[in-house]
Unconditional design. Structure first.
Length: 134
């Protein structure tokens, strides 16, 4: 069963890499060894607000520079408990897992020292105040 799991993950990674070549996102760069969490981003007058879908992710890293936001981490594969796997078959495998990375580049300059984050209901909200120099 472990070999099948590895092959499915490798197939999923290849599909994600092909999809990114067909439909690249203007705001981000893509690392084919990782998946990209979905985001919503808003330019709100004096700040940029970014909402990141991180359901099931307990640990992540945020790096903020004057025009860049990078979010990295890892999600463990959501699977049944070991005792429930005996005799089971995969019917659907749509939830991304493993390492992830998402990079956003912004036109306005942001103030990395005043960034605020809040995690609620599996969503991470990042408030990036605009620099007073912009």
């Amino acid at each position: 069963m472990e070999n099948r799991h590895i092959r499915l993950k490798q197939l999923h990674e290849r599909i994600m890499a092909i999809a990114e070549q067909v439909r690249p996102c203007a705001l981000t760069q893509f690392n084919p060894q990782s998946w990209r969490p979905a985001i919503n981003a808003y330019h709100c007058g004096k700040c940029i607000r970014v909402c990141v879908d991180l359901a099931g992710v307990d640990q992540f890293e945020i790096k903020v520079q004057s025009r860049q936001l990078v979010i990295r981490g890892q999600r463990i594969a959501p699977e049944p408990a070991e005792q429930e796997k005996v005799g089971s078959r995969v019917l659907a495998l749509e939830i991304d897992y493993g390492p992830f990375e998402r990079e956003l580049i912004f036109e306005p300059e942001i103030d990395p020292d005043r960034v605020v984050t809040e995690q609620k209901n599996g969503l991470l909200w990042i408030v990036l105040p605009l620099s007073t120099h912009s």
